[in-house]
Design a protein around this ligand. Structure first.
Ligand code: UGA
Ligand code: MN
Length: 398
């Protein structure tokens, strides 16, 4: 008993010391975790690389050309809500503008998606109907990848126009399927789908986030596993419910399309992905203006990097539509008042036709707007990446 009373104070001291030490360590650790931040290409590259190493998954790079109009913020919001849920994802947004706009910068900063924000202005002579769109913007993104990524990076690049809608299954992961969710979901699915859902995660192995992510369609079914160039169906395009590559014995043998089936690759921009190393190994492969007819951009680009026989069919051997060319309706703003406008200034679209720097932030001008703004906390580990990449207007053709 006596011995117990002698040891008790010592035991308490030891416990207190251990406790203090643990707290110190966590403070120290917190300081070493880089906070999500704007600017600083270095920082976000490091974050992206660490993320890639951690999960051993190739990074998915989405290239989105975008331009100022009434529906732009809605379109980018829809895309960001999808992309935010995909791990190891890097969104390259290229504004068709003389400078990056505040609206898009702010949207990206709050999106919680690792991103690079570029701009490239389409020369005015190409801004006509019948002319291919977004050539300069996609080439700016390719230029950025070639300048900032090396043979060390495992990645897959796809072209996500801002008027498309994406199913998460195209990126392989079905989110938030914790075991509780999984049993909830599986109880409502036929037995075959259950076995597909619970199949082991894709190549590279581990389920992410402590088992929260599961493969949607099993090994190699979606774009992340693209070895060279992969293809899949696109919904609501070509005047049909969908277009799709025709597949026989795992090979693409033709195209189900409502428009110019004679194209070498009769596919929409939304229907393919390219391994990053193929982009880097073919530095001259770009989207062309010169010699390219309307609707031939995809074919003209793919011709430079692959052959039809090599294409890798995804989305269940091209039997599922996982992306739709939704094409938001052009809005009618005919009832906007000319005078006596609303007293609250709502951020709606970037001012067009401005020269020089973008306007002062709306936050400074309108505190009401600031306080009404919902607070968004980006997911842990996400980082913001801003970068400018200029394409000279008159050097559009490269
Ligand atoms: C179709 C294809 O789906 C596009 O991939 C292709 O680029 C386009 O045809 C073409 O003509 O070359 P479509 O719906 O007609 O698409 O074109 P949009 O969706 O209006 O534009 C494609 C992308 O370029 C969008 O992300 C859009 O935001 C962007 N864009 C469009 C610009 O950056 N600047 C513009 O002036 C117009
Ligand atoms: Mn479109």
């Amino acid at each position: 008993m006596n011995r117990f009373f002698i040891l008790l104070p010592w035991a308490l001291i030891v416990i207190i010391v251990i406790d203090i030490d643990t707290k110190r360590t966590s403070v120290r650790d917190a300081r070493h975790v880089p906070p999500p931040r704007e600017g600083g290409a270095q920082g976000s590259r490091r974050t992206a690389r660490t993320a890639a190493n951690r999960t051993a998954l190739p990074v998915i790079y989405a290239v989105t050309p975008t331009y100022t109009r009434a529906v732009q913020k809605a379109e980018l919001t829809r895309l960001s809500n999808t992309f935010r849920q995909v791990p190891d994802f890097h969104w390259i947004v290229v504004e068709d503008a003389g400078a990056r706009t505040e609206l898009v910068s702010r949207l990206l900063a709050r999106s919680g998606v690792l991103h690079t924000h570029l701009h490239a202005l389409t020369p005015r002579r190409y801004k006509r109907s019948g002319m291919p769109r977004a050539t300069e913007q996609r080439n700016a993104a390719l230029g950025w990848l070639r300048a900032h990524r090396s043979r060390r990076t495992r990645g897959v690049v796809f072209f996500a126009d801002d008027d498309n809608t994406y199913s998460l299954e195209l990126f392989e992961e079905v989110p938030h399927l914790s075991s509780a969710h999984l049993s909830d979901v599986t109880s409502r699915l036929p037995p075959r789908s259950v076995s597909q859902l619970s199949r082991a995660p894709v190549r590279g192995g581990r389920a992410l986030g402590g088992g929260r992510w599961r493969s949607g369609y099993g090994r190699g079914a979606a774009m992340r596993s693209t070895r060279r160039v992969s293809v899949w169906p696109v919904g609501l395009v070509g005047g049909r419910r969908y277009e799709r590559p025709l597949v026989e014995k795992g090979r693409v043998v033709g195209w189900y399309t409502g428009w110019r089936a004679d194209r070498p690759f009769a596919i929409d921009m939304a229907g393919f992905a390219v391994n990053l190393q193929v982009i880097l190994a073919n530095p001259r492969a770009v989207f062309k203006r010169r010699g390219s007819q309307p609707g031939m951009q995809e074919s003209d680009f793919l011709k430079q990097i692959t052959r039809v026989e090599e294409l890798e069919p995804k989305a269940g051997n091209c039997t599922q539509v996982l992306v739709w060319h939704t094409r938001t309706e052009k809005v009618n703003l005919g009832n906007e008042p000319k005078r006596r406008q609303d007293t609250v200034l709502i951020e709606f679209r970037s001012p067009t036709g401005r020269r020089g720097p973008p306007p002062r932030s709306m936050v400074e001008l309108h505190p009401v707007w600031e306080s009404a703004r919902p607070r968004v906390h980006p997911p842990r580990g996400s980082a913001v990446h801003l970068c400018t990449f200029h394409i000279q207007g008159n050097k559009g053709e490269r």
